[in-house]
Structures are given as structure tokens and as C-alpha cells.
Design a protein around this ligand. Structure first.
Ligand code: HMG
Ligand code: MG
Length: 296
């Protein structure tokens, strides 16, 4: 299959990135960060999540962040939703794009959302039933598709089964999460060979964490299947606090360089992304330095 002409980057730094930071980042910094991202040419910026603040205190200011950012008409600002409670809170403030999440791994499901995979799909059904009535666009995530920190190997057929259910429930796209970055060329190929036979390529996206530095080669491989939606995070921020070994997402900067080398268009300005990357890295470094020597 020829490489895609155009790729959409789903910037997940403000959500997947900041959910994993050891320290709470001030709301104003998050808003500034997202506003700067909005000026780079990105078309999708995952903004925050409406999960329980008990589990992810880093994003407890989700309402203030979503309401505080300057939204542009040509950019989608999805938020992560775990259940109906989260959806209802998001709907009150006018959220129009959401992402739901589950996994083919029973053990990860328990760790991340305290329920079985079947129960998580039931929660997603409750969410999507309401969201569809309200014309809210729904993206789906599957975590641990190439391996689970608790369960080990995950079979492509198990991924396919849950991916098909997400689509049936109303997700316009399923993002395949290599949550702990264990994917290799062989395992990515084995997974995509199975999925691509049953799911249109336009409904698949990839979400690689870069734990072992293999994300870029895995993305390159996914492009050869025609996949043209890639999740990434400015500065390689990211991780899941409930997945041991989940380090940062693949850096948006690195993905843009790969795509530029391959002659694939994104409309995203690398120089502007580098500036935002510098801004957030600097902030996090200063915050870290102040914490280890509070007199500074
Ligand atoms: P729970 O505690 O297991 O059970 O939460 P619960 O439903 O009984 O709720 C307990 C308390 O939380 C109650 O409050 C609820 O009202 C409240 P209390 O009565 O004790 O005062 N609550 C909420 N509060 C605010 N917003 C809500 C909400 N829901 C319940 N939406 C739950 C279950 C799923 C909510 C919890 O386990 C949770 O929030 N988990 C989120 C975990 C998470 O965010 N993980 C990271 C995101 S996934 C990820 O990063 C992977 C991804 O990037 C792809 C990849 O890389 O693979 C997407
Ligand atoms: Mg992730």
C-alpha cells in the first residue's frame, strides 16, 4: 500500500503527558500550553480527562482547563471520558469531542478502571448512547495492544474483538495503544495484518509510547499499512500511572521529522512545535528543580 499523502497528528501531551507528571501543574500553565499548541497547525489536541480526581489528581482541574483555553473553529479539543459521570460533567461545559478507553487485557482493565473488560464495554455503551444523542464525536482507545505489564502477551485476535466492539458502539476511530512501548516490527506487523482485514484503515490510529525507542520505526511500519492518524506528545511527555513501565509518548517533534523525510504532509509547523516543546520542558524542569531545592 502506498504511504498516505497526509497524516493527522493527535496531540495528546496535555492529557496523556500531564496526567503522568509527578507534580501538579498550575492550570494557567496548562492553558498557556494548549493555546500555544493551537497556533502550530495541529488539528486535534486532547485537552484533559474527566476521570476521577482521586485516581488522576494531575487533571482534577479539567473544567477550568477546558473552559480557559481559546478554542479555534478548525481544531478539535477532545477529552478522555471513563464513565457516564465524566460525560455528564463534560457535557455541562459544552464538550463536543470525547475519547473512551478500554483494553483487551483483563488485568490492565482492573488496574486502570477497576472493572473487567466486559464491564468497561458496558460503561462505554452507556457513554456512547448518550453521546450519540448529543452529536458528540467519540474516539476509542485500546491500551496494551502489543503487550501488558501485568498479563504479558496480548493476541491480535483479542485486540480485534474489542476494536470491533468499540466501532459498533459508535467510535469513529480506534487508537491502538502500545501503552508500555514493547511493540516490535514483528508484533506490530502481526497485529496490523489481523486488524486490517476486518477494520477499514480510516478507522485506525496508532498510539505508541516510546519506552524502548522503537516508536518511530513502528509508526513508519503503520504508515505502510495506510494508517494516517498518529497520536504523539510534544516533548515526549506522557505515561499511564496505572501501567508500570509506561514512559512518554512518542515525541510529536520526532514524528514530524519522520513525516517530513517521507514527504508526508501534516500542516503542522515543526519550528512552532519545537518552541512549545521548549516552553513545557523548561517549565517542568524549573518545577522539578524548585522541588528538590525549595530555596530557589
Ligand atoms: P472507581 O473509584 O473504581 O469507582 O472509579 P466508582 O465508580 O465507585 O467511583 C468512586 C468515586 O469516584 C465516587 O466518589 C465517584 O463519584 C467518583 P465518592 O463517592 O467516593 O466521593 N467518580 C468520579 N469523579 C469524577 N469524575 C468521574 C468519576 N467517576 C467516579 N468521571 C473510574 C472508576 C473509572 C472512574 C476510575 O478508576 C478512574 O477514574 N480511572 C481512570 C484511570 C485513568 O485515567 N488512567 C489513565 C488514562 S488511560 C491511558 O492513559 C491510556 C491511553 O493513553 C492509551 C494508551 O496509552 O494505552 C488512553
Ligand atoms: Mg497513552
Amino acid at each position: 500500500m502506498p504511504l498516505p499523502h497526509t497524516v493527522t497528528i493527535v496531540e495528546v501531551g496535555p492529557r496523556d503527558g500531564l496526567q503522568n507528571e509527578a507534580h501538579i501543574i498550575p492550570t494557567a500553565i496548562k492553558i498557556d500550553f494548549i493555546n500555544q499548541l493551537s497556533e502550530t497547525g495541529l488539528r486535534v489536541i486532547e485537552t484533559t480527562s474527566f476521570v476521577s480526581p482521586k485516581w488522576i489528581p494531575q487533571l482534577a482541574d479539567h473544567v477550568a482547563v477546558f473552559q480557559g483555553i481559546t478554542k479555534k473553529d478548525n481544531i478539535a479539543y477532545p477529552v478522555l471520558i471513563p464513565n457516564l459521570v465524566g460525560l455528564q460533567r463534560a457535557m455541562v461545559i459544552g464538550v463536543k469531542d470525547i475519547a473512551v478507553f478500554t483494553t483487551p487485557s483483563e488485568m490492565f482493565s482492573q488496574k486502570n478502571t477497576h472493572c473487567s473488560v466486559a464491564e468497561s464495554l458496558q460503561r462505554i455503551k452507556e457513554i456512547t448512547t448518550v453521546a450519540k444523542e448529543q452529536d458528540i464525536r467519540i474516539r476509542g482507545y485500546l491500551s496494551c495492544v502489543l503487550g501488558c505489564p501485568y498479563q504479558g502477551e496480548i493476541l491480535p485476535e483479542a485486540v480485534l474483538e474489542v476494536a470491533e466492539q468499540l466501532i459498533q458502539l459508535g467510535c469513529y476511530e480506534v487508537s491502538l495503544g502500545d501503552t508500555i512501548g514493547v511493540g516490535t516490527k514483528d508484533s506490530v506487523k502481526a497485529l496490523l495484518d489481523v486488524l486490517i482485514k476486518k477494520i477499514p484503515v480510516d478507522q485506525l490510529a496508532v498510539h505508541f509510547h516510546d519506552t524502548y525507542g522503537r516508536a518511530i520505526e513502528n509508526i513508519h511500519l503503520a504508515l505502510t499499512y495506510g494508517i494516517h492518524v498518529i497520536d504523539s506528545s510534544v516533548s515526549g511527555l506522557g505515561g499511564c500511572p496505572y501501567a508500570k513501565g509506561a514512559t512518554g509518548n512518542v515525541a510529536t517533534e520526532k514524528v514530524l521529522v519522520l513525516l517530513q523525510e517521507l514527504g508526508i504532509n501534516t500542516d503542522v509547523d515543526i519550528a512552532k512545535i519545537n518552541k512549545v516543546s521548549h516552553f513545557i520542558r523548561n517549565f517542568l524542569k524549573n518545577q522539578h528543580d524548585k522541588t528538590i531545592s525549595p530555596d530557589k
